[in-house]
Write a protein that binds this ligand. Structure first.
Ligand code: HEC
Length: 148
């Protein structure tokens, strides 16, 4: 074989093989980092609930120190026609809880006391409120003994 023609081929092949893996490596690292950021920057509604709400709100009866989440979801479904309105109402309530804004019956607030204000970023409040709306479970709609 003519070495003068073969040589550029070797260069090209070497270049190709050395750049492809490093290119893949960089892309892989970048996407791994992007995934990591998504996880740490944006917690899911359920993660937010576990961190900030679960201490008082159980998912289902029996209640801890507040009405269970399924009960709240039912009340918001009953009193707000759509998710967007319900989320706005929840966010407003969580920032500045006030009995006049409550979707609950007065005796519930008498029993548990008013919820303390949540100092979370708006985005997280909206996220956890949307998650709460989605927890609606018709099984609990008419069930008695929510607060036991
Ligand atoms: C320290 C206990 C406590 C924590 C923590 C807590 N809550 Fe509450 N929450 C309550 C109590 C008590 C009530 C019932 C009285 C009331 O409505 O203020 C309540 C009521 C609510 C209501 C109904 C509001 C209404 O009256 O219309 C929503 C919605 C709610 N909580 C969501 C949350 C979410 C979401 C979190 C977490 C980000 C959370 N809560 C954290 C105690 C708590």
């Amino acid at each position: 074989m003519n070495m003068k023609r073969f040589f550029p081929l070797v260069i090209a092949a070497t270049a190709a093989f050395s750049t492809v893996p490093s290119f893949l490596h960089t892309t892989f690292l970048q996407s791994a980092r992007a995934a990591e950021n998504t996880v740490s920057d944006q917690l899911s509604g359920e993660q937010l609930y576990k961190r900030n709400c679960e201490v008082c709100h159980s998912m289902r009866p029996p209640a801890k120190a507040a009405p269970p989440i399924v009960r709240l979801a039912s009340r918001y479904r009953m009193l707000h026609g759509n998710k967007e309105d319900a989320v706005n109402a929840m966010v407003s309530f969580m920032k500045t809880p006030d009995a006049s804004k409550s979707v609950l019956m007065p005796h519930v607030i008498e029993r548990f006391g008013l919820m303390p204000a949540m100092s979370l970023p708006d985005e997280e409040l909206e996220n956890v409120a949307g998650w709460l709306w989605d927890q609606y479970d018709p099984t609990y709609e008419k069930q008695r003994g929510y607060y036991r």
